[in-house]
Design a protein around this ligand. Structure first.
Ligand SMILES: *[C@@H]1O[C@H](CO)[C@@H](O)[C@H](O)[C@H]1NC(C)=O
Ligand SMILES: *[C@@H]1O[C@H](CO)[C@@H](O)[C@H](O)[C@H]1NC(C)=O
Ligand SMILES: *[C@@H]1O[C@H](CO)[C@@H](O)[C@H](O)[C@H]1NC(C)=O
Ligand SMILES: *[C@@H]1O[C@H](CO)[C@@H](O)[C@H](O)[C@H]1NC(C)=O
Ligand SMILES: *[C@@H]1O[C@H](CO)[C@@H](O)[C@H](O)[C@H]1NC(C)=O
Ligand SMILES: *[C@@H]1O[C@H](CO)[C@@H](O)[C@H](O)[C@H]1NC(C)=O
Ligand SMILES: *[C@@H]1O[C@H](CO)[C@@H](O)[C@H](O)[C@H]1NC(C)=O
Ligand SMILES: *[C@@H]1O[C@H](CO)[C@@H](O)[C@H](O)[C@H]1NC(C)=O
Ligand SMILES: *[C@@H]1O[C@H](CO)[C@@H](O)[C@H](O)[C@H]1NC(C)=O
Ligand SMILES: *[C@@H]1O[C@H](CO)[C@@H](O)[C@H](O)[C@H]1NC(C)=O
Ligand SMILES: *[C@@H]1O[C@H](CO)[C@@H](O)[C@H](O)[C@H]1NC(C)=O
Length: 580
């Protein structure tokens, strides 16, 4: 049935406190949090006529099927390896069950909410709408308050729990943003580490690394990465089928002149006219007058290493703490936007993240499912593992902080290293490679063996501070300290796993080029391959720690570890492996 017909029956039915129970169904608690995110203080009751914009995430009953497909097409030993799903197939597997839209529309109509106020996501698995607080309070059987953030002066209308009529429990996965969780400017961004800043550990020179310029111990350039990762002068073909993308949030932009200057000075082989295209997601722009460290770093390395591959810069709109935006909704918007495209770049690098405690389990799962869907389309989705080791500085041992979406099992998360004799990245024990174990996502089977081995090595050290049954991250790593970056005509040093992700993504884009030229599919979701055979072509990093949370952090060791993952890339070896 069409939504409008249904709603016609109800017309402009008045909303008041006596809305009848939907289909006689009592309210059932959907989500609750014990407290708002740190730094946010509950104030007065929200004004009843304040308009809230929220998204109703409809359940995806076929997600299990999607996941099964994803695992098969990402497993090199499976007959379907590399047979990525089409846009229509994926949208169908993400769609709600057939009667969901109708049932939900019937419920919305009780509150006078009609089709004109609802917009649907690509897979029709989410509805975005607005309603005044007075209506939302009765829809969700809750009370909204104004929460303020003292440091920034921002305020948001939120609650700590909400309910839905029980008959909708199976139809609706979650509604957001309703609960008061928000990251506090901890969205990972590179740390400018220019003059006066901390100096990196001075790694011992590896006597066997004579091929790598010693200056790479202090200053990373594209040439350093080519030497360290055995890329040589491999140059991909512009039209071979490979491509690369970065995504940016929170008003991070890149200036074209900076990119040109960077290429001219650091990638002398670059043909004139190397460029990237800007694609706007939910109103994102790219203001040339305000380039940022993150965006500049991302384009200069992800694109600089892989030129002349087609390069796309997705700029996602929305500012922190605006009433209808959080980093989580930005991630949902990005995934939904990409799922609606017919052609997708096979690799996307994203250097953002937040503490896993700033999302509910339902929110984290929702976002992570979107990345699984992109993986099923054949995309390698890479995220940074965070820059604060196992947690923020603390005087005594406290529970380790987990970084999300790095902790999502359907993304490839990238930690950092430093030095030409590579060790885990760490500057003065203040900035170090993020890593650990999710408290939301259980350990996926593809990493069972390697993560179990590490847990055996660890024994009972840190027990109680981390969740040993959670998904271990990062999966891999790459250099992350002192990357030379051009920003608004100036040279800057940028540091963090933010630098490691575009580097690793660049190597994957080059491998996709090699495979495309050989008539093979692009690599798609990487983890099942990385943990089953890909690791053999990585440099295992066995030294260094990632301190934090009042501890020395984890140790890098032989095999997988929660700071450098399976290791850093060796392009020549990887190329041989993926062409075999
Ligand atoms: C739909 O909702 C909008 C805003 O709530 C209202 O202005 C409009 O009159 C409604 N339309 C119908 C057909 O009820
Ligand atoms: C998805 O793309 C189609 C065109 O292919 C467009 O009509 C539709 O509005 C898009 N959906 C969303 C949610 O952007
Ligand atoms: C929740 O619903 C119950 C009846 O189902 C009602 O008594 C109560 O006032 C509602 N609470 C809020 C906060 O709306
Ligand atoms: C250098 O290579 C030699 C021979 O392969 C090996 O024995 C030695 O351990 C290597 N040194 C280092 C520091 O890796
Ligand atoms: C790159 O693309 C942008 C936007 O299309 C354009 O303004 C700029 O001039 C281009 N740069 C080069 C070197 O072609
Ligand atoms: C871009 O940034 C500049 C400098 O802050 C500002 O003056 C200008 O209005 C911005 N342009 C747009 C289109 O927002
Ligand atoms: C872009 O950056 C260059 C420096 O690399 C600067 O000269 C130019 O003014 C910037 N563009 C804008 C529109 O601000
Ligand atoms: C937030 O809501 C406003 C209007 O309600 C809308 O214009 C804007 O696009 C929304 N932003 C996002 C990121 O959804
Ligand atoms: C540990 O992880 C498991 C698997 O994800 C989860 O079910 C459990 O709730 C977590 N426990 C804690 C204390 O976080
Ligand atoms: C990690 O390394 C430190 C320093 O070498 C050592 O004291 C500690 O025992 C190691 N941890 C494990 C689990 O071996
Ligand atoms: C980056 O830091 C290194 C090590 O301190 C230093 O040698 C180099 O000159 C710095 N580069 C820039 C652009 O500041």
């Amino acid at each position: 049935m069409k939504l409008s017909l249904l709603l016609g029956l109800v017309g402009a039915s008045l909303v008041n406190a006596d809305v009848p129970a939907f289909r006689g169904s009592p309210f059932k608690l959907k989500e609750s949090i014990s407290a708002p995110s740190t730094g946010w203080v509950k104030g007065s009751a929200a004004q009843l006529d304040t308009v809230l914009t929220f998204q109703i995430g409809l359940s995806r009953p076929r997600f299990g099927e999607l996941e099964q497909n994803l695992m098969e097409i990402s497993d090199p030993s499976h007959a379907r390896y590399g047979v990525h799903l089409s846009k229509d197939d994926v949208l169908e597997l993400m769609a709600p069950q057939s009667d969901t839209q109708e049932v939900v529309a019937e419920w919305l109509a009780l509150y006078g909410l009609n089709e004109t106020s609802v917009s649907y996501s690509s897979a029709k698995d989410a509805m975005t709408l607005s309603a005044p607080v007075r209506v939302a309070e009765s829809m969700f059987n809750t009370s909204f308050y104004v929460y303020s953030h003292a440091d920034s002066g921002d305020s948001l209308v939120r609650t700590t729990q909400y309910s839905l009529p029980e008959v909708l429990d199976d139809h609706i996965a979650l509604v957001q943003p309703l609960v008061m969780l928000a990251s506090l400017g901890q969205v990972a961004k590179p740390t400018p580490s220019s003059a006066g800043g901390p100096t990196p550990l001075t790694p011992t020179q590896d006597v066997n690394s004579t091929a790598v310029d010693p200056s790479c111990n202090y200053q990373i350039t594209p040439d350093c990465l080519r030497q360290l990762y055995n890329i040589g002068n491999y140059t991909p073909s512009a039209n071979g089928g490979s491509a690369i993308a970065v995504s940016e949030f929170e008003n991070e932009w890149a200036n074209f002149t900076d990119y040109d200057t960077f290429l001219a000075e650091n990638v002398p082989s670059a043909a004139a006219g190397s460029n990237f295209s800007i694609v706007s997601v939910t109103g994102g722009v790219n203001n040339q007058s305000e380039p940022g460290g993150e965006a500049s770093l991302d384009v200069q390395y992800a694109f600089g290493l892989t030129r002349p591959l087609p390069a796309t810069f997705y700029t996602v709109g929305g500012s922190p703490y605006s009433s209808n935006w959080t980093f989580s909704t930005g991630l949902l918007d990005l995934a939904d936007f990409l799922l609606n495209q017919t052609d997708l770049p096979p690799v996307i690098s994203t250097s953002y993240g937040e503490d896993e405690t700033t999302v509910t389990s339902a929110q984290a799962n929702r976002i992570c499912q979107g990345f699984a869907a992109l993986g099923a389309r054949g995309m390698s989705v890479l995220f940074s593992s965070g820059d604060y080791g196992v947690g923020y500085p603390s005087g005594s041992p406290v529970a380790f902080t987990v970084h999300f979406p790095a902790s999502c099992p359907y993304v490839t998360s990238v930690g950092m290293t430093t030095g030409i004799h590579e060790v885990a990245g760490n500057i003065d024990n203040e900035v170090s490679s993020g890593g650990g174990f999710s408290t939301i996502f259980p350990r996926p089977s593809y990493q069972d063996e390697q993560v179990s081995d590490y847990l055996t090595y660890l024994g009972d050290q840190y027990s109680g501070l981390y969740n040993s049954s959670g998904r271990g991250y990062p999966d891999v790593s790459a250099q992350g300290i002192n990357f030379l970056v051009e920003i608004y005509g100036y040279k800057s040093n940028e540091t963090g796993t933010s630098a490691s992700v575009p580097t690793f993504a660049g190597v994957i884009a080059l491998l996709n080029d090699a495979r495309s030229n050989a008539g093979k599919s692009t690599l798609g979701f990487l983890n099942p391959w990385l943990y089953s055979s890909g690791y053999s072509a990585l440099n295992d990093i066995t030294e260094g720690t990632n301190p934090g949370a009042g501890t020395n952090g984890f140790n890098a060791t032989k095999g997988w570890d929660p700071l450098t993952g399976l290791g850093t890339p060796d392009f020549a070896k990887l190329q041989a492996l993926v062409l075999a």
